[in-house]
Design a protein around this ligand. Structure first.
Ligand SMILES: *[C@@H]1O[C@H](CO)[C@@H](O)[C@H](O)[C@H]1NC(C)=O
Ligand SMILES: *[C@@H]1O[C@H](CO)[C@@H](O)[C@H](O)[C@H]1NC(C)=O
Ligand SMILES: *[C@@H]1O[C@H](CO)[C@@H](O)[C@H](O)[C@H]1NC(C)=O
Length: 350
């Protein structure tokens, strides 16, 4: 008798726990649905006739066991450090919003960038806003870094921390959450730059020669170093390995190289909108390429040799006539910057 009663109690307990779990799951599902709808209404683009796709995708994600490289998106990742008012200000809407990708521990990288190309007041007459996008450090370091990051953010007010693990394979989430921030808090920015922390950037060239503040608005504009006729690497040994389960076609559409590309504000919002419906892959630059392809947009070629994806030794005149060079360490940046800032040299006209 006693045994049976205990058995019953156990069963009741178990089923209560089960119902609780179910409620939690359904709650999460509804939550993310609500959130996705928010994003959709924010980016107010032509998504009509497609109201079912978001909740369905989410459901599929939970129903099947995801591939280890699969990314959970759309998903309501929270902004843990945030500056909703970053884009407001007496001078008005930014011409250029810089979303700089760094990892939580890259304190020195961010400082070097603030003191060099990330300086918001380098280009006269143009409003630039800079945000560093970062995720969460590995669990072991969460506590130590949290205090440091809060302090850094109090001093500089430029960290946008999003609630997912900051790994190379989660980079696409970082870019998408940067765009979500833009959609929510800076939707009228003329241009958005996605840039990695390990580059040299020449904001003056970027603004004046590539973006041209006085030129016409270009709603479908995206530029950077354009990769054409590439396709997925199928051997798991490659850094950029792409399993067929995640992307089955054997070509990528043209895309702008990840170290730095810039797109018009309106296009950024449409990329975000279409990203809600495409399977997200971890190669962030390829993924943005897939989004613009879906939108029927082609990358615009930049001035020749102005976005370099491979290292190049510093030289005053060359660097004044380009926008970006990949692979710069913070010490190198700080070292060349004073020379780069001098104006007393005449360079051959490009
Ligand atoms: C940014 O540049 C301005 C001049 O353009 C300079 O006065 C200021 O000190 C710079 N800020 C930093 C953090 O280097
Ligand atoms: C991405 O972030 C999520 C949420 O923090 C984490 O569970 C997952 O392991 C990360 N994925 C990769 C591939 O690093
Ligand atoms: C520019 O450099 C030359 C040679 O170093 C020097 O003679 C000249 O005074 C400099 N001009 C300015 C405006 O600094």
């Amino acid at each position: 008798m006693k045994l049976i009663r205990e058995h019953l109690v156990l069963r009741t307990l178990l089923s209560t726990a089960f119902v609780g779990l179910l409620v939690l799951l359904v709650g999460q599902l509804l939550d993310s649905r609500k959130r996705s709808m928010d994003v959709r209404s924010l980016v107010h683009t032509e998504l009509t006739g497609d109201t079912l796709s978001l909740p369905l995708r989410k459901f599929e994600w939970q129903a099947q066991t995801p591939h280890p490289l699969d990314l959970r998106y759309p998903y309501p990742y929270p902004f843990l450090l945030n500056h909703p008012n970053k884009c407001e200000g007496p001078r008005g809407t930014p011409f250029l919003l810089m979303l700089v990708m760094t990892q939580p521990q890259d304190v020195g990288v961010r400082q070097a960038i603030r003191e060099t190309w990330g300086n918001e007041t380098l280009v006269p007459d143009v409003i630039i806003r800079r945000l560093f996008v970062l995720g969460l450090p590995p669990p072991l370091f969460t506590k130590e870094l949290h205090t440091l990051l809060e302090e850094e953010d109090r001093e500089h007010g430029d960290l946008l921390q999003v609630g997912f693990l900051d790994t190379y394979h989660n980079l696409t989430l970082k870019v998408l959450m940067g765009l979500e921030w833009m959609a929510q808090h800076c939707p009228a920015a003329r241009y958005v730059l996605k840039v990695d922390g390990d580059v040299f950037l020449n904001p003056r060239f970027l603004v004046q020669q590539v973006l041209q503040p006085n030129g016409p608005t270009r709603p479908n504009f995206i530029t950077g170093y354009i990769y054409r006729n590439t396709g997925p690497l199928r051997s798991p040994d490659y850094k950029w390995y792409m399993p067929p389960e995640l992307y089955s076609q054997d070509k990528y559409p043209p895309y702008c190289g990840g170290p730095g590309y810039v797109l018009s504000g309106p296009l950024a919002l449409r990329v975000l909108a279409v990203a809600q419906r495409i399977r997200v892959i971890y190669l962030e630059d390829v993924f943005v390429g897939l989004c613009i392809h879906r939108l029927g947009v082609k990358p615009t070629p930049p001035p020749p040799q102005s976005f370099l994806m491979f290292p190049k030794a510093y030289e005053y005149c060359t660097f004044h006539q380009l926008a970006l060079v990949h692979q710069f360490q913070p010490q190198e940046l700080l070292q060349i910057w004073p020379d780069f800032q001098t104006v007393n040299i005449t360079c051959p006209v490009a």
